[in-house]
Structures are given as structure tokens and as C-alpha cells.
Ligand binder design. Structure first.
Ligand SMILES: *Cc1c(COP(=O)(O)O)cnc(C)c1O
Length: 436
């Protein structure tokens, strides 16, 4: 029996076929074509609720998750976030305009990024953005100037790098002093930019933000970062009298991509982090600010799956077997970029032995275009369906038209199955080109 334990509870088997969110993936592949991205709507909603409920329970009523929408941005996801009553992070005007199209209330959106243009800032202010997460002094001056022109006082958080040692926690790469993001406490620059923000007339500083990295399974790095930030907030109060209303702890909770990854209970993680911060604040006589978190990956990754069709099988005696599919790095560049691990199944042979070792190769003209190396699936041939699990985050969001491939359709599986993003046509692929 192959179907030992399936990675997540939204997976199942019906006959020989893999089911996802209760739907037969092979039938969906027939109906919508491949490559096809599937999204489990109930799971997305449940995860948003889990975060919201846990944060309000353990951090207090004013605490809220912001969906870091760079993980997967399309009109429907902002509609879902709006309906579930959570806030969102955006990192570009493209994401902002997608949120506007969804009718997402922009006063509940936070605008991130380390190099926002004047146009970005103006456009966001004109459309009533809630907060900017400010990265640098240059940006702070620009927002102050533009806010003055518009006659408003703009709410902001300052992005701070807490200086967590990356050697202690290998997964962490954005919270160290040497980072393109944020302003470091260690160098004194964080205090400097705080004083500057407080001195600018059209800036309304509301608190601080940090984001220490991604795909983090332990809670210790978050607790360490929180300690440093809470201490910093206290220092700011001592030196300037300013009391931060918000502390945003960023995103970064890990996701189970393969069997060897642990199961994570987000509610329990939040409870433990909250207990830690509460205890730390009490011990040190510090005030606990309103806590925000920005989950991206963990909100959508395991609600996604990609279905492909096998185009060819190539066996090189003495070397290895290649199973080539009808998609690749144009819809999922994460193996090519980071060597990311994925679980691969043959969606229409779920009851066959997974004893055929092979490399899943994409169809693009690039030898690095692989989805996963040395996986075990049943022996497949042209026409079989390959399922790559846990592709909801940073897959479609990173998709491109490399090799002029149209981007896949995204189908939302809820009470019914419906298209959330239609498949690009060849007309779409050439739509910006002028005939010379
Ligand atoms: C990418 C990012 C997130 C989301 O991170 P995940 O690991 O996907 O949860 C949150 N905040 C900031 C500032 C980010 O850059």
C-alpha cells in the first residue's frame, strides 16, 4: 500500500485517483486542462480563522493577522481575507490594485517594501492606504513630503532589524543587521530613525515591525525577536516619551512540504509566543503593545496543489529517469531558485507502488528546470497526471511567461469548483507586443 499517511488532511484517495478538498483531481485535470493550480477554499478560510482566533485569544482583542499577500495575490484572495475580517500586507501597486479590485478596505492594508517610489507613495495615499511599513530615512522623508502636499498625517510602522544571529537559526535571513531590509537596533540607527519619525509633522508613528525570515519551525527565534523589540520599545519610551501602540512580529511560520517536516499547530505556536512575551513584559515591568503578525506561506501553501500531465519518460541507463511534465519553472520556480522540497504523487495511480525513482523535469528549455529530483512515484507514462503538493504559496505568485508559456488556470474548490484566475491564452501572452 502506497497511501501510507497523506501529507495533509485535505488529501484523499477515490478509486485510483487523488482527491483534494473532496474533489477528484484527475477529473478536474480533464475539465480545466493542465497545468492546473487547485486551491482549497475552506482550508484557506480555516487557516485565516485559526490565526485570527488564536491571536485575539492569546494576544488580546486588538491583535490581528495581516495576510502577507505576496505569497499568492489575486482578486479572490483579498475578497476572502475581507470576508474573514483579517488585514493584509501588500508590497507593490500591483498588489494594491488587485486589493482595490476586490473591494478590500485599504485602511486595513499595510504597504511594505524597501524601495517605494514617489508614485507608489502618492498612489497609495490617494487610495487611503492604512499604514506604510517604512524601511529607510529616504522613504520617511518622501512620505512626510507627499503627506504634507496632500494635507494629511500618514500612519506608519518602522521596520527594525532586531539583529538575530543567523547562525543560531539557519532559516533566518532577513532579521540580521546586514540586510537590505529595515534599520538596525545594534548600530543605533533604529533609535535615530525613530527620533526622526517623531519629529516629522506629517508622519504619525504608531509602532514597530520586524520580520526575521521564512519557513521557521521553532518558536524560539520569534520569542528572541520579540524580547529585543519589546526592550527597544521600552528604550524608545525612556528616551523620547513615545509609547508604541503596535508591534508587528512579521511572518515566517513553517509549512509541511514533505513527510520529514514536522506538523505545526499554529494556535499552539501563537499561545507559546504570547505566553513568552507576556512573561517577559511582566518580569521587566514593560507594557505589552498590540501584536500583529504577517503570515504568508502558512496561510495558503498547503491549500494549494498543482496538477500536470506527463509528456515523456526518458530513462538513461546507468544514470537516471526523467519524467517530463507540461509545466515547470514558469509555474513553479522554487526548486530552481532554492532547491525547495516537494511531495510528488501520480494522481491517477494512487493504489500502485511508488517504487519508480525519477526526476520530475519541466518543459522549459533550461536544464535547471526541474520540479524535484529523485522522488519515488509509480511507473508513469505519457498522459498520466502528476500532482505536486503544497504549492499554494510563492508558486503562482512567482509564475512567469518564460518560454512564452501561458500561466496556468487557478481553480478554487469550495462548495463548487470555480475559476479564480483563468488560464492565459496565447493571445494574452502577446497582448503587450506591438507589430513593428
Ligand atoms: C515575505 C514576508 C512575509 C511573509 O512571510 P511568510 O514566510 O510567507 O509567512 C511577512 N512579512 C514580510 C515583511 C515579508 O517580507
Amino acid at each position: 500500500m502506497i497511501c501510507k499517511e497523506l501529507l495533509h488532511e485535505n488529501l484523499g484517495v477515490k478509486g485510483n485517483n487523488l482527491t483534494f478538498a473532496g474533489y477528484d483531481t484527475v477529473e478536474l485535470a480533464k475539465k480545466y486542462g493542465t497545468p492546473l493550480m487547485l486551491l482549497d477554499e475552506n482550508k484557506i478560510r480555516n487557516t485565516m480563522r485559526t490565526y485570527k482566533n488564536a491571536m485575539q485569544k492569546y494576544f488580546g482583542e486588538n491583535s490581528l493577522p495581516l495576510y502577507a499577500s505576496k505569497a499568492l495575490s489575486f482578486v479572490g484572495i483579498y475578497q476572502i481575507a475581507k470576508e474573514e475580517g483579517i488585514n493584509t500586507d501588500i508590497v507593490s501597486l500591483g498588489e494594491l490594485c488587485t486589493a482595490i479590485k476586490a473591494g478590500f478596505p485599504l485602511e486595513r492594508a499595510f504597504f511594505h517594501g524597501n524601495s517605494k517610489t514617489d508614485y507608489d507613495i502618492e498612489f497609495a495615499i490617494d487610495n487611503g492606504i492604512g499604514f506604510f511599513n517604512v524601511d529607510t530615512q529616504d522613504e520617511l522623508y518622501a512620505i512626510d513630503r507627499i503627506a504634507k502636499e496632500k494635507g494629511i498625517c500618514q500612519k506608519i510602522l518602522l521596520r527594525i532589524t532586531p539583529g538575530i544571529d543567523p547562525h543560531t537559526h539557519a532559516a533566518i535571513s532577513t532579521g540580521k543587521v546586514d540586510s537590505k531590509f529595515g534599520t538596525a537596533i545594534e548600530t543605533g540607527q533604529a533609535m535615530e530613525i525613530t527620533r526622526l519619525a517623531l519629529s516629522l509633522e506629517n508622519i504619525d508613528l504608531r509602532g514597530f515591525h520586524c520580520h526575521i525570515g521564512s519557513q521557521i519551525f521553532e518558536i524560539e527565534p520569534f520569542c528572541d525577536a520579540a524580547d529585543i523589540m519589546v526592550k527597544f520599545i521600552d528604550q524608545v519610551k525612556l528616551e523620547t516619551g513615545f509609547e508604541a501602540e503596535y508591534l508587528n512580529l512579521g511572518g515566517g511560520f513553517g509549512v509541511r512540504y514533505v513527510e520529514s517536516d514536522p506538523h505545526i499547530d499554529y494556535t499552539d505556536n501563537i499561545r507559546r509566543i504570547a505566553e513568552h512575551i507576556n512573561a517577559y513584559c511582566q518580569e521587566n515591568g514593560l507594557h505589552m503593545p498590540k501584536i500583529l503578525m504577517e503570515p504568508g506561506r502558512s496561510m495558503v501553501a498547503d491549500s494549494g496543489m498543482t496538477i500536470y500531465t506527463v509528456g515523456s519518460v526518458k530513462e538513461i541507463p546507468g544514470y537516471k529517469n526523467y519524467v517530463a511534465i507540461d509545466g515547470g519553472m514558469s509555474d513553479n520556480p522554487r526548486y530552481a531558485l532554492y532547491g525547495s522540497q516537494y511531495t510528488v504523487l501520480c494522481a491517477n495511480k494512487m493504489n500502485e507502488n511508488a517504487d519508480y525513482e525519477c526526476t520530475i523535469a519541466g518543459r522549459l528549455c533550461e536544464s535547471g528546470d526541474l520540479i524535484q529530483e529523485n522522488v519515488k512515484i509509480p511507473k508513469v507514462s505519457r498522459g498520466d497526471n502528476i500532482a505536486v503538493l503544497v504549492t499554494g504559496a510563492y508558486n503562482y505568485a512567482m509564475a512567469s511567461n518564460y518560454n512564452r508559456l501561458p500561466r496556468p488556470a487557478v481553480v478554487l474548490l469550495g462548495k463548487t469548483d470555480r475559476i479564480a484566475i483563468r488560464r492565459e491564452t496565447y493571445e494574452d501572452v502577446c497582448r503587450l507586443d506591438e507589430i513593428l
